[in-house]
Ligand binder design. Structure first.
Ligand SMILES: *Cc1c(COP(=O)(O)O)cnc(C)c1O
Length: 393
C-alpha cells in the first residue's frame, strides 16, 4: 500500500487500495497487467518483474495492501484459501507436529489428515483456549499452533494474546486463520501472531464471485521463506482475480458493519424463537467468550450457527427459505445457509463432530447485507412452514 496512506484509518486505506499506484496514466482503478513475461532493460537488470509466478504487478498491489492492513511485513496472494494453507504447511517437514484448533474448517482438517500426514506432518486437535491442554499436547517436535477464531461453525473464541504468548515462549510459530473477522475487525499479528491466512473467497472478496487465499507474514526471515514457498509451489492468484479481490476489498468496511448488524439482529431473533435450542454467536452477551471477543476485536462476524430443538426441522427449513439461499460458502453480500454436518464438515469423522457439537440439528447462516426485516421474515416463514409439515405428518 502506498506509503502516504499508511497513517489513515482502515476505512480510508481500504477504499484507496491501488488508487495512487499507477503513475503512468494515473488510473484510479489499478490496471490488470495480463502479462506473464517482463522485458529486461539489459543484462543484469530487471524492472522488478521477471516472471509472473514470482511477482506480478496487479497481484503485488493486492499483496502489499493485505500486508499493510494486517500489520504484517509481506503478503502473498494464492489461488484459494486451501492453496494458501498448503503453502503455509510446507514450512514444515517430515516429523514435525502441529497443535490445531479443535473446531476447524473441514478443508483444513482434510488437508492435514489426508495429505500432510502422508508427508509425516502430524496434528493434534485441542481447545486452543485451554493453556493446560496446549501444554499437555506440546511435544519436542511441535513446531506451530494453528488457530481459527472464531471457529466455523461453532464460533469458539481463542484468546489470541494468550495463545500467541504461550507459543512464543515455546518457540513455536502462531498461525491464525482470520477469514471470519478480516483485518477490519481483528488483526492477529498485532496480538502476537506470526502468520495470518485468509480465505479471501469469503468476506475480503465479499461477493461470492472470486476464489482466493491470502497469507501475511511478520518478520524478515519468515517472509523470505514464505516468498520462496509461494513461488516454488506456484499456487498463485491470477491478475484478473487479484483485481476483482481488490475491487471487493474497497467496500469491506461498510459491508462488515452491515454484516455485523444483520447477524446480531438475526441471532437475537433466533435466540427468542421457541423452536430454536441455542444460538452460537460471539456478539451475544450470553456467548461464553463474549468478553475475550470484545477485548481482541472491534466487531463481530456476519456468520453464526444455531441448533433447532428437533432435527426434523432441517430439511423443510432448507426447502422453504427463498431469499436466503441453501448453499455452501460464507461472507458474501448474499445470505447463504449451510448444513455443516453433511456439507462443509462432512470430512470430519462423526464422533469428532458430535464431540464438538456439529450435529444433525445445526445450521450455519452467513447473513448477507439484505434488509434485516426481509431476512427475518424469510427464515421465520420457513420455520413456520416446517413446523406445519411436522405437525401435519
Ligand atoms: C473457506 C475457508 C477456507 C478455505 O478457503 P477456500 O478459499 O475455499 O479454499 C479456509 N478457512 C476458513 C475459515 C474458511 O472459511
Amino acid at each position: 500500500m502506498n506509503e502516504q496512506f499508511k497513517d489513515l484509518k482502515i476505512e480510508s486505506r481500504l477504499a484507496q487500495i491501488g488508487s495512487v499506484e499507477e503513475p503512468v496514466t494515473g488510473a484510479v482503478s489499478f490496471p490488470i497487467y495480463q502479462s506473464t513475461a517482463f522485458r529486461h532493460p539489459k543484462l543484469g537488470q530487471s524492472t522488478g518483474f521477471d516472471y509472473a509466478r514470482t511477482k506480478s504487478p496487479t497481484r503485488k498491489v493486492l499483496e502489499e495492501a493485505i500486508a499493510q492492513l494486517e500489520s504484517g511485513d509481506a503478503g502473498f496472494a494464492c489461488s484459494s484459501g486451501m492453496a494458501a494453507l498448503q503453502t503455509i504447511f510446507t514450512l514444515f517437514s517430515q516429523g514435525d507436529h502441529l497443535i490445531v484448533s479443535l473446531d476447524l474448517y473441514g478443508g483444513t482438517y482434510r488437508l492435514l489428515e489426508k495429505i500432510m500426514s502422508r508427508f509425516g506432518v502430524t496434528a493434534t486437535y485441542v481447545d486452543t483456549n485451554d493453556l493446560d491442554a496446549l501444554e499437555s499436547h506440546y511435544r519436542p517436535n511441535t513446531k506451530a499452533v494453528v488457530v481459527e477464531t472464531p471457529t466455523n461453525p461453532l464460533m469458539m473464541i481463542t484468546d489470541l494474546e494468550k495463545v500467541c504468548g504461550w507459543a512464543k515462549k515455546k518457540n513455536l510459530l502462531s498461525i491464525v486463520d482470520n477469514t471470519l473477522l478480516t483485518p477490519f475487525f481483528q488483526r492477529p499479528i498485532e496480538l502476537g501472531a506470526d502468520v495470518v491466512i485468509h480465505s479471501a473467497t469469503k468476506y475480503l472478496g465479499g461477493h461470492n464471485d472470486v476464489l482466493a487465499g491470502l497469507i501475511v507474514t511478520k518478520g524478515k526471515e519468515l517472509s523470505e521463506q514464505m516468498a520462496f514457498l509461494h513461488n516454488s509451489i506456484g499456487a498463485v492468484l491470477n491478475p484478473q482475480d487479484s483485481w476483482l479481490l481488490m475491487r471487493g476489498m474497497k467496500t469491506l468496511a461498510i459491508r462488515m458493519e452491515r454484516h455485523e448488524y444483520n447477524a446480531t439482529r438475526m441471532a437475537a431473533f433466533l435466540l427468542e424463537h421457541p423452536q430454536v435450542e441455542s444460538v452460537y454467536y460471539p456478539g451475544l452477551e450470553s456467548h461464553p467468550a463474549y468478553e475475550i471477543q470484545k477485548k481482541q476485536s472491534s466487531g463481530n462476524t456476519g456468520i453464526f450457527s444455531f441448533k433447532m430443538k428437533d432435527a426434523r426441522f432441517i430439511e423443510p427449513i432448507l426447502r422453504h427459505i427463498r431469499l436466503i439461499a441453501f448453499a455452501e460458502s460464507l461472507g458474501g453480500v448474499e445470505s447463504l445457509m449451510t448444513y455443516p454436518a453433511v456439507q462443509t464438515h462432512a470430512d470430519i469423522p462423526e464422533e469428532i463432530r458430535r464431540q464438538i457439537g456439529v450435529d444433525d440439528r445445526l445450521l450455519r447462516y452467513s447473513v448477507g447485507i439484505e434488509h434485516i426485516d426481509d431476512l427475518i421474515a424469510d427464515l421465520s416463514r420457513a420455520i413456520d412452514l416446517a413446523q406445519a409439515e411436522i405437525e401435519g405428518a
